[in-house]
Structures are given as C-alpha cells and as structure tokens.
Design a protein around this ligand. Structure first.
Ligand code: PMP
Length: 360
C-alpha cells in the first residue's frame, strides 16, 4: 500500500463525530422501544406509502431536481411564494448549505449550547468558528447573551426552537426582540424541526418574521411530526435571495422522488397526521407530569421529547433504561433526552423515574 500524502483541510480532523441514537436491544419477553432519535412512532398514513411506492417503481429515473410539485404544495399550504422555498436532504442539509453559502473560513456562528449536535459539526465542515452560548438552567436560549456574543466576524446566529435536546421553545416576543438587536447583516436561522409540537403561549410566527426581517431563514422538516425521517426531506422558508443562495449550493438531485411524493402526500393527509401529533402532545404532558410528580426537575418540553438533566448519573440511567427495554439518548455528564413514543414505551420511562437517579 502506498502511504497517503493527501490531507484534508486542517480542521476536518477535529470535527466531532455525530452519534446517532442507538437502536433498541431486544430482550427475551420484553418489547424494546427506540426513544433515542426523536422519531415519530406512528407508521406513515396509507396514502403516503401508496404515493411513495408509485415513485419507487421509477427508480431508474432521476427525481425532479427543481422539486416543482413539492414547492407548489408547500407554497399553497403556507401561503408563501415558491421563490421563498428551498428543499433539501433533511433540514440538517439546509443547515450545512446555509453555513456553506454564508460563511467564509473563520467567520463566527453563534448558537446556544447544549443544542442540536449537528451544529458544531456543520460549522466546522464550513471551516467557520463556533461561538456557543450556554442555555439557562432551565434549558432555555439566553437570547440576550447570544445577541451580546455577536461580533464583526459573526455571519450566522442559530436559534433552535424548540431546543433539541433541552426542550423549551422561545416566544415570538423574545425572538422579535432578539432580531431587533441582531445586525441585519447577520443571518438568523430559526430551526423549527419540532414546530408542530409547540403548545406554549405566544408561539413563534416564523412566516411573519421572515417577511419583516430579511435576514431570517426558517428551517423545517418532514422527519418529526410528519414521520418521514427515513426519506430525508426538509425545507427552508426565507426571502428570495436567501432561498436562492440555499438552492445554489444544494446537492443536485438531493431530494429523491420518493421523498418528494411522500412529503406531498403527507401535506395532503395533514388532518390525520395532526391527530397523531395531538396524541403525542398528550403523552408528552402525561410524561412531564409523571416525572415531575416523582420529584424530577424536567424543563418545559415543547418538542416530541423530554430532557432529564441527570448530570453524572446520565450513563447509569441510560443503562437502566436499556435494561427496561427503552433506548434513550445520553449526553455523558449532562443529561438524557428521551423521545415521546408509544404509550407503553412512555410508561416504561415513568417506571424508571426513580429518585435514586436524581443528582444529589
Ligand atoms: N434540527 C433539529 C433541532 C433536529 O433535532 C434535527 C434532527 N434531529 C434536525 C434539525 C434535522 O432533521 P432532518 O435532517 O431529519 O430534517
């Protein structure tokens, strides 16, 4: 073997690994549940499978690169012009594309931490610099501190609402106040991957914000409420120049025809989908109340998951959860994120809510 002398860019070697949620480990006599990736536990609605299957049969053909029918469906659904839309291979791809299109090497990207683990990876992949602003003790964005962290080098600020993994969502009032502080040359990404689950008062009205603030881009996904995680399709809404920049750096044919068809069919089946979302929100309330009445301090949960700030007990808790047949997502030394799943899976979590795990 000839020794290699090719070298990736210097910071590529330091990019942290993305650790995907682990699958459940089956145990004799115990159904195992995966609560580690914030997936939707429901199967797709029947019309969705049929729409996707009809495209599977054309797998020898490239998909519509312009996502024409999907853009038309999204434009009709949200009352936005098609020029303001960009679809991609999951909303995580949109985040990569935004950083690629807006950051020069060394530019700063401000975001809350802990937040979505792909952010530091995507920032490094764009050769930009992460500026992480700690979330508050109750897992909320500290938007004042984030505004104060903006420098001449800041090109992008990211607001994850609801925040993965800690749970709270920012209010419309707070986000507006933040946008009034941020210089208009800084792109503000509002990551709304879990927006359909938000039930707090004064929720963010992102579609109104992006019209008022041309530096706002909203990212959303079909992976969570719509239950299409495996098909990889997300979309961004922004004023036309930002949306055009996103499309310009997109991977050609990145969104498969199967994903486009399933996304359109899911939009058509929204009434039924949102009944399921409502059921998940009901389960979230039940889990939150159960955990809190067992003495656990759990932050507000506005996504399809709860955050257990277990500190040093995190890995022990994750192991105990695994024994009990639920796979959770541990962040060592910090806490565990547990998705809201089937009622039986949620019951297992509540049975585990033993005060012995609580940090002393
Ligand atoms: N944003 C947040 C906050 C997320 O939690 C996730 C998925 N875990 C994503 C974006 C990306 O989702 P997808 O690429 O499946 O659309």
């Amino acid at each position: 073997t000839t020794p290699s002398t090719v070298r990736p860019r210097e910071n590529v070697g330091t990019i942290p690994a993305y650790v995907p949620g682990k699958p459940p480990v089956a145990r004799p006599g115990l159904t195992a549940y995966k609560l580690s990736s914030n997936e939707n536990p429901y199967p797709p609605l029947p019309g969705v499978v049929a729409a996707a299957t009809s495209v599977v049969e054309q797998m020898n053909r490239y998909p519509d690169m312009g996502c024409t029918a999907l853009y038309d469906a999204l434009a009709a659904r949200f009352g936005v012009p098609v020029e303001d839309l960009a679809a991609a291979t999951g909303s995580v791809a949109l985040i990569y594309q935004l950083l690629q299109a807006f950051c020069d090497p060394g530019d700063e990207v401000v975001y809350a931490w802990r937040s979505f683990e792909a952010y530091p990876i995507a920032v490094s992949a764009a050769a930009a610099t992460s500026v992480q602003v700690p979330v508050t003790g109750s897992g909320e964005h500290d938007l004042d501190a984030m505004a104060a962290a903006i420098t001449d080098r800041t090109r992008v600020a990211m607001v994850c609402t609801p925040n993965n993994p800690t749970g709270p969502a920012v209010s419309h009032t707070a986000l507006r106040a933040f946008l009034a502080e941020v210089p208009p040359r800084v792109l503000v990404v509002v990551d709304e991957a879990y927006v359909e689950f938000v039930r707090r008062p004064d929720p963010v009205d992102a579609l109104a914000l992006y019209r008022e603030f041309p530096n706002v881009v909203v990212t959303r996904t079909f992976s969570k409420a719509y239950g299409l995680a495996n098909l990889r399709v997300g979309y961004a809404v922004a004023q036309a120049p930002v949306a055009a920049a996103l499309r310009a750096v997109s991977l050609p044919f990145g969104v498969s025809g199967v994903a486009q068809a399933a996304a359109i069919a899911s939009l058509e089946a929204e009434d039924a989908l949102f009944e399921r979302v409502e059921a998940l929100v009901g389960e979230r309330t039940r889990v939150l109340e159960g955990l809190r009445s067992a003495g656990w301090e759990v932050p507000d949960a506005q996504g399809n998951f709860v955050w257990l700030p277990l500190g040093e007990a995190t890995l022990d808790f994750a192991a105990a959860a695994g024994e009990a047949g639920i796979t959770v997502r541990p962040f060592a030394g910090d806490g565990a994120r547990v998705s809201i799943g089937e009622p039986e899976a949620n019951d297992r979590l509540l049975q585990l809510a033993d005060p012995s795990f609580l940090p002393t």
